[in-house]
Design a protein around this ligand. Structure first.
Ligand SMILES: [Zn+2]
Length: 214
């Protein structure tokens, strides 16, 4: 598995370096910053002079100075290195034993806004246990997100639609822009596109069931 690098030679090394420079003073520590380039076993990775460089080590070095010893780990306080987190605020040099000792209690998974959004969109489509497992979080967290108690954003997302509203939204596909429909229903355009593509609410049939008057 060694040397299993998604993009061993990054032709866009300058783009990559600019991305790093742009995120060295990344101000947010409440969520992870995911490396957008190649990965090796989940960890951000890139090639330089024919060598595979671990992105989180590289960034830890820039932020905190060189590792005290080559054996030091660039440890993640979020424990999400395998998900590609390179948030400089989550990285510290630690010895292997410090890293393993502290890894467990810090296992508080932080979600990205788009993950919270996706979890919200899964409401009613998937049982909470499955969603919780998928994202490695507690069921109660899933319920809290879906109920809008946490990770709430400016716009209502994942609101409950009535079947008649879903059919109405579908009928507007190709006639109105997603933005216009989104404004009408007080949701994000993403919600509308997901309804149109049947990524969500696919269980609502197009035909009004007999006996249903709405
Ligand atoms: Zn992180």
């Amino acid at each position: 598995m060694k040397g299993d690098v998604s993009t061993p030679q990054n032709p866009g090394n300058s783009l990559l370096m600019r991305w790093i420079a742009d995120h060295m003073n990344y101000p947010y520590s409440d969520h992870c910053l995911i490396w957008p380039f190649g990965r090796s076993r989940g960890y951000g990775s890139f090639g330089r002079n024919g060598k595979a460089i671990k992105a989180h080590r590289y960034i830890c070095d820039l932020r905190h100075g060189p590792a005290p010893t080559p054996k030091h780990h660039a440890a993640h306080s979020c424990n999400r290195g395998h998900d590609g987190c390179v948030n400089p605020n989550h990285l510290r040099w630690k010895t292997a034993s410090e890293n393993f000792k502290e890894a467990k209690p810090h296992r508080k998974l932080k979600l990205l806004p788009e993950q919270a959004r996706a979890i919200r969109d899964l409401k009613g489509l998937e049982i909470e246990t499955v969603t919780a497992k998928r994202y490695g979080i507690a069921e109660s967290t899933v319920r809290n997100i879906q109920a809008g108690r946490i990770w709430q954003e400016g716009v209502k997302r994942g609101r409950a639609f009535r079947d008649v509203e879903i059919r109405h939204i579908r009928s507007l596909q190709g006639k109105r822009s997603g933005r216009v429909v989104a404004e009408q229903y007080g949701v994000t355009t993403n919600v509308i596109y997901r309804i149109w593509s049947r990524a969500t609410w696919g269980f609502v049939s197009d035909m009004t069931a007999q006996g249903e008057t709405k």
